[in-house]
Design a binder for this molecule. Sequence first.
Ligand code: DOR
Ligand code: ZN
Ligand code: ZN
Length: 397
Amino acid sequence: RRLDATGLVALPGLVDLHTHLREPGREDAETVESGSRAAALGGYTAVFAMPNTDPVADTAGVVEQVYRLGRDAGLVDVQPIGAVTVGRRGERLAELGAMATSAARVRVFSDDGDCVADPLLMRRALEYVKAFDGVVAQHAEEPRLTVGAQLHEGEVSGRLGMTGWPAVAEEAIIARDCLLAAHVGSRLHVCHLSTAGSVGLVAAAKASGTRVTAEVTPHHLLLTDVRAEGYDPVFKVNPPLRTDADVDAVRAGLADGTIDVVATDHAPHAVQDKECEWDQARPGMLGLQTALSVVVATMVRTGLLDWRGVARVMSEAPARIGGLADHGRPLAEGEPATLVLVDPDAVWTVRGTELASRSTNTPFEGMELPGRVVHTVLRGWPTVVDGRIAAAAGVGV
Ligand code: DOR
Ligand code: ZN
Ligand code: ZN
């Protein structure tokens, strides 16, 4: 089958290092299959699935289940992330080795939704993953500093009378874990950093030779805490939306390479968990189908990043960090392509109800965004043609 690429930009298939697919446990919010459709439509050919499912992905059995569901859906490579500890906020390490040697070949372990507050446990996790060149992805939250937090601690939270999530709650744990990673000589990945101070800490750690990488989300590149003024819980997210100065700093950090990756933190939530009072609502936003367009709006149209740079931060770097040899590298002659073709000039209007996700919680509702995914191709199979899902690709590897 021939795809018409006239006027389109070709990028290597996008790789999302941070997706919540909710299966097993919250199939009302998302499934591996519905999340895979959202991913393919967003230009992704691989997604890393976060382990804060129910049950938590802390055993070889659960990561293999998620891996198999991804293969059955057949639209993107679903690479499970293993939980660092057993269960939520667990007090001992999960079976990292069993997950690494399972069929899912887990290389990324995360504390997401499961913060490793204990520095000794974090040190052990870093030591453990070093043995197989894995990486610990940490969620940038010192939980003791975010008790009851509803919004970035600052002028807006003060005005709205909400308990604040201070920048230091993020920066303190990033500093700690950069120091631990340097001590152990292991790789650390900082998830969704969101403050100017965090960018500075990562830059300093990199300058001193620490093996640290970092990601920023599309929403932290575009939105600030003033969005909370209407008390619409669609803008509730962890870490919270920050200030204009923070947005400027994360954009600059992404442009200069301090931040390696744009990762979605795609976090679908069922209607009852989002269309309620702000305090009751769960944190999180959809991201897979809007990420590329938000990057075009905030980084390409502003001249901060060219398309080569987009390929780096949305495909090559996340593939390298997550250990996916298959994505984000130049193809040999005649090799089946894994790529996305994008119309750089097309503008589209975001409608949550029209997204492929089972949930509708997009913070970009009604926005006109530039850059539209036209075709997505996984190892030579078109998964998306003319902006619509094509037949499942039979990803089988
Ligand atoms: O906003 C968020 N939602 N941040 C997280 O860290 C977790 C995620 C979720 O699982 O809903
Ligand atoms: Zn997180
Ligand atoms: Zn997350």
